[in-house]
Design a protein around this ligand. Structure first.
Ligand code: UN1
Length: 509
């Protein structure tokens, strides 16, 4: 069961006390209201979620506000020690996390392993950064007789609103960063994946992060709206759709209270440009991983492959060969490459998109789904030829790869078309010509450019991840500037000369 940390709204009088004993408890009345969490693989029930009520959210804010000054005063080193301890507990619970990734989010074994690894990396990286940034006041230069000290503090109460596609890594990364910086956090996981978030929060508490510093607030968009409209909020870290980021921005703008900051990581329309100097085997391997790993459900995933027309046919044939070999099915099996998409709604949208492309007369290669997967939200992977990235009305978040052929003299036009989408997350380039790389680097407006490799799986600390424009606000998660956005700065200036006090009086303040 995932339930709000407060559990206020529906807890009958006296049951808080009963909770603290080890006696078996009768089934609580509140469970009747619980929402079933279902497996994307076959629709079976994985667990239950009790969504936060307005009363839960209200109480969570009260606790978070009261706890924040003490948490901030603890300082960067002590907070970092607790984050490191949480990372140890996450590692010790790797098997349980992987199993939840598979049951609740339909992840393959490989994706489950990578998910836990990334969550642990985020905790350790932000712990490390917190020691530097929040460890000691920073002296700044000034004239003789003056002392200037810059101190970093948490902003206050942060809401983190995280997606289902990285139910552990991004949930942990955003909450971990906010906590490391001295904020208290109300963490709302995606409504599809509250169970893995509940385990993460429990382990953080076991590690010594106080209950009121990190509170779980499960629910859907209505709970998100309660969080973002509250005047006690100082900031939001959000990963999800561009539309939701715009909605959060509007809500924050309309409320009173502190001027809240928004850190948003949103969608993409990510392309890969392949020219005729590229190595076809390398291109094939990287296209398959970038487009179909995680069933294409990464915001970094490849959506539009630009093949230079001279080499398009043979390279496409190799890609199709590898595409035909993908193993689709039960994500708990070691051999599976592509599991289900998150739910029936996601499946319907993707199937509709491919059907519309077929109706429009596009060339479509599509895999057959094996019979065993009929109960789940599986989408048959597809490769669709289109004329330009501009033919796509929106991001298609699943195992659908689009292909465009481009002419050798039109590289500038290709980049212009990609930039014109307004998104700016990942871009891949396969070319062995340095001048081509420099040309693309100079013109492409994207957060992460990957050259001669796949374009997913950014490594914390090495490849800070995040986009621009419709793809997000920055700064990049897992990068050296991320924590600072969760903080405010305070400067103390002291006149250290003997006449300091008088001088201030005479100056008139
Ligand atoms: C997302 O899919 O919401 O590089 C972002 C990657 C991941 C993407 C996370 N860090 O593939």
């Amino acid at each position: 069961l995932a339930r709000p940390s407060t559990g206020s709204g529906r807890t009958a009088a006296g049951s808080e006390a009963a909770d603290s004993t080890n006696e078996p408890q009768p089934v609580r009345a509140e469970l009747v209201e619980a929402r079933m969490v279902r497996s994307p693989q076959d629709g079976t029930t994985v667990g239950q979620a009790l969504d936060a009520t307005p009363a839960d959210v209200d109480l969570a804010f009260a606790r978070a506000v009261a706890a924040q000054p003490g948490w901030d005063a603890l300082g960067g080193h002590a907070r970092a020690d607790l984050l490191d301890r949480a990372a140890d507990l996450f590692e010790a619970n790797t098997a349980e996390f992987i199993s939840l990734c598979q049951c609740e989010a339909g992840k393959t074994l490989l994706d489950g392993v990578l998910e836990v690894r990334e969550a642990v990396d985020f905790l350790r990286y932000y712990a490390c950064e917190a020691r530097t940034l929040f460890g000691a006041p920073k002296p700044l230069p000034g004239p003789t007789g003056e002392e200037n000290l810059l101190r970093m503090h948490g902003r206050g109460v942060f809401a983190t609103i995280s997606p289902w596609n990285f139910p552990l890594a991004i949930f942990t990364g955003m909450a971990g960063a906010a906590i490391a910086a001295g904020n208290t956090v109300l963490a709302k996981p995606a409504e599809q994946t509250p169970l893995i978030a509940a385990l993460a929060v429990r382990l953080c508490h076991e590690a010594g992060i106080p209950d009121d510093v990190l509170q779980l607030v499960p629910g859907d968009g209505k709970v998100g709206a309660l969080l973002t409209s509250d005047a006690r909020l100082s900031g939001v870290a959000f990963t999800g759709s561009t539309d939701t980021a715009h909605a959060i921005n509007r809500t924050l703008a309309a409320r009173s209270g502190p001027i809240a900051t928004l850190i948003a990581e949103t969608g993409g329309q990510n392309a890969l440009i392949v020219d005729s100097s590229a190595l076809p085997e390398q291109v094939t391997r990287d296209v398959i991983a970038s487009a179909f790993q995680s069933a294409g459900q990464r915001c970094s995933a490849l959506r539009v492959l630009y093949l230079q027309e001279d080499i398009a046919d043979p390279v496409l044939e190799m890609i199709r060969g590898a595409f035909e070999a993908l193993v689709i099915g039960d994500p708990t099996r070691l051999a599976t490459d592509v599991g289900p998409v998150i739910d029936a709604e996601a499946k319907a949208g993707l199937d509709q998109h491919v059907a519309a492309m077929q109706q429009a007369g596009r060339t479509v290669f599509r895999r057959e789904l094996p019979g065993e997967v009929q109960a789940g939200s599986f989408v048959a992977p597809a490769i669709v030829e289109i004329g330009s990235i501009a033919d796509l009305a929106k991001e298609n978040f699943g195992p659908v790869l689009h292909v465009v052929r481009w002419k050798a003299d039109n590289l500038a036009g290709v980049i212009e078309d990609i930039n014109a989408t307004g998104f700016g997350l990942t871009l891949g380039l396969h070319s062995r010509i340095d001048a081509v790389r420099r040309f693309v680097e100079a013109r492409a407006r994207v957060g992460n450019l990957y050259v001669n490799r796949n374009q997913i799986g950014a490594v914390v600390g090495s490849q800070p991840f995040g986009g621009e424009g419709l793809s997000g606000t920055g700064p990049k998660a897992g990068g050296p500037h991320y924590l600072a956005r969760f903080a405010i700065e305070r400067v103390t200036t002291v006149d250290t000369t003997a006449a300091g006090g008088n001088a201030t009086l005479l100056a008139g303040g």
